[in-house]
Design a binder for this molecule. Structure first.
Ligand SMILES: *Cc1c(COP(=O)(O)O)cnc(C)c1O
Length: 379
């Protein structure tokens, strides 16, 4: 049986919404309004109401969103920003690009997100912000640190690139990923849960002054056309992308729910096949509505061999992330070494992302789980 199961199959998703997408793109083409304009404005308003109020300012990528957010906060040389060593590169490059210092803390072995007790230990008078990454769609329980940070005037920036649509229940409140901290950042890279057909990103904030500063910074720091208050970027969301994203936003909650079903099925299958001592399903923190941007179990032994074996069966897997950020060559000036963040480093040796997307079928999951069982039987 020749099967091919990619980690993500965007074509299947496109098939579901093809007509809607074509209508939406056509509307932009007929208008010939490509930069900002109604398509972008409508998308921003729709996100804003999805988030129940925070202002939404779209931009060219998730990386730019993080950079714009820190720029708007005035992060600069001499400042410290605490974050995780286990994330995509852009979480940290936004800090160093502004001359500030990234301060890493290790991650929680269950949630894969940074450990808030360690964040608390690293607060200094130089700390200006923390960047909380909701990795793989699992939210950081920020309620544990919000007050401490507020007292000290330290800002929370959420890197919600992998968490559009995640939420967390705190007492009787629903905290939505990206709209909890002072600023939140999203990416619309095609593989994200809310992904465009090209690059895109967004900053959200309920703080009027910060939101308006991001708006100015994305158009070269010009509050009024050709009148520049400061030096910003050229970083806007394309109107065609906004049209695609408006269609997809309407379906997002349904797709996230389908991803959760996929995650659930994996867990059931691994238990049924007696694999739980070999492969540890990702954990869902109590109170979290995890949206499984990636499904990343730990493979306690023989990860590389398992991955190669699955490839021979037509199953693609990925490693997020093979090298922690504190060990990247471009951050060598921070003087970290192997062993500094053992939990994150351990995860980089054990994590294996399995295929997950809303359209993945039960039949395919049975095939994947059986292949994993066969691999460990032979060992
Ligand atoms: C994807 C991603 C980004 C960057 O987004 P781009 O749109 O690719 O620039 C930032 N942080 C995290 C955690 C991401 O997954």
């Amino acid at each position: 049986m020749e099967r091919k199961i990619p980690t993500l199959d965007l074509k299947r998703n496109y098939t579901r919404i093809k007509e809607e997408i074509q209508v939406a793109l056509n509307e932009v083409l007929e208008s010939q309004y490509f930069i900002l304009g109604p398509s972008v404005k409508n998308f921003e308003d729709e996100v804003s109401s999805y988030l129940e109020g925070a202002q939404a300012i779209s931009c060219a990528s998730g990386s730019d969103a993080l950079y714009l957010a820190l720029m708007a906060l005035g992060i600069k040389e001499g400042d410290e920003v605490i974050t995780t060593p286990y994330s995509f590169f852009a979480t940290v490059s936004c800090i160093t690009r502004l001359g500030a210092k990234p301060v890493f803390v290790d991650i929680d072995p269950c949630t894969y997100n940074f450990d808030l007790d360690q964040v608390r230990e690293k607060l200094t008078p130089k700390t200006r912000a923390i960047i909380a990454v909701h990795l793989f769609g699992q939210m950081v329980p920020l309620e544990g640190i919000v007050e401490d940070l507020e007292e000290r005037g330290i800002v929370i920036v959420e890197d919600a690139a992998q968490a559009f649509g995640s939420w967390r229940k705190v007492s009787n409140d629903i905290k939505r990923a990206g709209a909890w901290g002072t600023m939140g950042c999203y990416s619309f890279f095609p593989t994200k849960n809310l992904g465009g057909y090209g690059d895109g990103g967004m900053v959200v904030s309920s703080n009027e002054a910060l939101a308006s500063r991001v708006k100015t910074l994305r158009v070269h720091g010009a509050g009024t056309t050709y009148i520049h208050e400061e030096v910003g970027l050229n970083s806007r969301l394309d109107a065609l992308q906004a049209a695609v994203l408006r269609v997809k936003l309407r379906h997002l909650d349904e797709w996230n729910e389908e991803r959760r079903l996929v995650a659930d099925r994996y867990k059931t299958l691994f238990a049924e096949y007696d694999l739980l001592d070999k492969i540890q399903p990702p954990y869902e923190l109590d109170g979290n509505y995890h949206i499984y941007h990636q499904y990343v179990p730990r493979v306690m032994q023989k990860r590389e061999e398992l991955s190669e074996y699955l490839a021979t069966k037509g199953i693609t897997t990925r490693v997020y992330y093979p090298l922690c950020l504190h060990l990247q060559q471009c951050f060598a000036f921070l003087n970290h070494k192997e062993g500094d963040f053992p939990v994150a480093e351990g995860l980089s040796r054990e994590s294996l992302a399995l295929p997950i997307f809303p359209e993945l079928t039960e039949d395919e999951q049975v095939y994947i789980a059986s292949a994993i069982r066969d691999f460990f039987r032979q060992k």
